[in-house]
Ligand binder design. Structure first.
Ligand SMILES: NC(=O)c1ccc[n+]([C@@H]2O[C@H](COP(=O)([O-])OP(=O)(O)OC[C@H]3O[C@@H](n4cnc5c(N)ncnc54)[C@H](OP(=O)(O)O)[C@@H]3O)[C@@H](O)[C@H]2O)c1
Length: 261
């Protein structure tokens, strides 16, 4: 009997790494569910992927900064009889600036999108995966998750959460056939810095990987069943910093990297 095609839900699929991950999973002939706010960008991608890979692509417009959104996405898919096998929690954003000066409400939205929506979607879709004994969760963390991040404090802390949560979940699910992976990109050429930057941020920018290279690396590692993936040698080195430097030196280094004008 032919296995039913896998369905992959990707949050933040309207641009950047999420859009490129959608292309990777489409090339596997997976059916896709794209979730983000920008409907037009997702419909354009959906049309391209349906045409090039003869797959079904379902678009859900949702603002994950709104607390009710994760449940709404789950209910809409349940209603449409769409079973999600792989959940890619990629949607996320950060804000550059000192904690005290950035708008508090926007910083709480970082927690809502990067942490709360990721946990809630996982909690909603995971039981079905465990029951069916197939599937997985690919969380997009960051190398920022390895270190404290002065001048981007809430963002770095949110990615530390993603790392800890993903690792713990992977251990709990050992033997369940559901795999969990944390993808930890470093600086990547996407819309991320445009969203994060304020006019006071220093002009210096680190060398960036392409979103396609990051997605291909992450997708391959996920297919191989890895627990984490760090694309790019420089980023692998950043992830080693906590082992090489005292904590105070790390804080100062990151503060300098995120310095304001
Ligand atoms: N770029 C980097 O340097 C870098 C490095 C490490 C980790 N990351 C992580 O990679 C992930 C993807 O970011 P990216 O670099 O590809 O940036 P991006 O191009 O800005 O993409 C972010 C995606 O998240 C979605 N999103 C943001 N806020 C949302 C909300 N309230 N509701 C629903 N969707 C929302 C955006 O869609 P809409 O705007 O259409 O809603 C977009 O599709 C993020 O988790 C980010 O933290 C990025």
């Amino acid at each position: 009997m032919k296995a039913t095609p896998e369905t992959v839900l990707i949050t933040g699929a309207s641009s950047g790494i999420g859009l490129e991950l959608a292309k990777c999973f489409a090339a596997d002939k997976s059916q896709l569910v794209l979730v983000a706010r920008n409907t037009e960008a997702m419909e354009k991608l959906a049309a391209e992927l349906r045409e090039s890979h003869q797959i079904q692509v379902y678009v859900v417009t949702a603002d994950l900064a709104r607390p009710e959104s994760a449940q709404r996405v789950f209910s809409e898919l349940t209603h449409a009889n769409i079973v999600v096998d792989v959940l890619v929690n990629n949607a996320g954003f950060g804000l550059h600036g000192s904690f005290a000066e950035l708008p508090l409400q926007r910083q709480l939205e970082i927690i809502q999108v990067n942490i709360a929506a990721l946990v809630e979607l996982t909690g909603l879709f995971l039981p079905g995966m465990i029951q069916r004994r197939r599937g997985g969760i690919l969380n997009v963390g960051s190398v920022a998750g390895f270190v404290p991040g002065p001048n981007m404090a809430v963002y770095y802390a949110s990615k530390a959460f993603v790392q800890s949560f993903s690792e713990a979940l992977r251990e709990e699910l050992r033997g369940s056939k559901v795999k969990v992976m944390n993808l930890c990109p470093g600086p990547t050429e996407t819309g991320f810095s445009k969203t994060a930057r304020s006019h006071r941020v220093r002009n210096h920018q680190a060398a960036k990987m392409s979103a396609a290279a990051v997605a291909i690396h992450g997708h391959q590692a996920f297919r191989r069943g890895r627990g984490s993936a760090i694309p790019g040698l420089a980023n692998v080195l950043i992830a080693q910093l906590p082992r090489l430097l005292p904590r105070a030196a790390i804080r100062k280094t990151v503060m300098h990297y995120n310095r304001l004008k």
